[in-house]
Design a binder for this molecule. Structure first.
Ligand code: DC
Length: 220
């Protein structure tokens, strides 16, 4: 199987780019952030305190996350229910970052991610794909952009969806999330030693896709 790992901070464009690449190259796109988000959504809706590791640990056996593909789109099933439409909010993303520090949460999801990569050619994006989940991936890319550019993109995305938001709050959230994701003890976000660094600050989507295709085609 061919495995392509894309890691990077929040809002760098990983999922947009990975989705396009997967469609163009005929790979299965695996969005691991959506898995952490679905667990976060469970804790939010069941009023479980994300700061209480014991409470999170105790609840984990009740959370079943599975993945299905419908017309090429990844659907995350939380205890059998498709939660795609309720996990994209900033609140859920921030909660996902908070609960993703716990080894019990990570172990559960990493296993599911490895199973998917073992049976399909995948483009998988996340924070620890090249470093922990798929250390032997054929291609590893670390996609980043400045926090200003990432905040602007997120602002545009939310505004387009009709969700009102505040630019400075979004940038603060992004900086906080970067810090938490990069400084946690278990599987922190960092560039794998053998990953190629790609800064998308001055590139549009097509530009990044073209660069990545070049990298992938050279390697695979
Ligand atoms: O990519 P995203 O914004 O959907 O991810 C939400 C959070 O989930 C992110 O801030 C940290 C966590 N996450 C992680 O710890 N490991 C991954 N492979 C993917 C996401």
């Amino acid at each position: 199987m061919v495995n392509i790992a894309i890691d990077g901070p929040a809002g760098a464009g990983k999922s947009t780019i990975a989705k396009k690449l997967a469609a163009d190259l005929g790979y299965v796109y695996v969005d691991t952030g959506a898995m952490y988000r679905s667990m976060a959504y469970y804790f939010l809706t069941n009023h479980i305190d994300a700061g209480d590791e014991k409470a999170v640990e105790a609840a984990c056996p009740d959370v079943n996350v599975t993945i299905q593909y419908v017309n090429g789109e990844q659907q995350v099933l939380l205890n059998g229910e498709n939660v795609n439409s309720v996990i994209r909010k900033e609140e859920v993303g921030n909660m996902a970052s908070t609960i993703s520090v716990y080894p019990v949460v990570r172990t559960k999801l990493v296993e599911l991610q490895r199973q998917l990569a073992a049976k399909e050619n995948v483009i998988m994006d996340g924070r620890d794909i090249g470093t922990v989940v798929l250390p032997d991936a054929n291609v590893k890319i670390y996609l980043t952009a400045s926090s200003k550019v990432r905040a602007q993109r997120r602002f545009d995305e939310l505004t387009e969806k009709g969700i009102s938001c505040d630019m400075s709050e979004i940038e603060k959230d992004i900086i906080d999330r970067d810090y938490r994701d990069m400084h946690r003890e278990t599987s922190p976000l960092k560039q794998a030693e053998d990953a190629i660094l790609l800064d998308s600050s001055d590139l549009d989507i097509e530009g990044v896709v073209a660069k990545m295709k070049e990298i992938i085609q050279k390697a695979v």
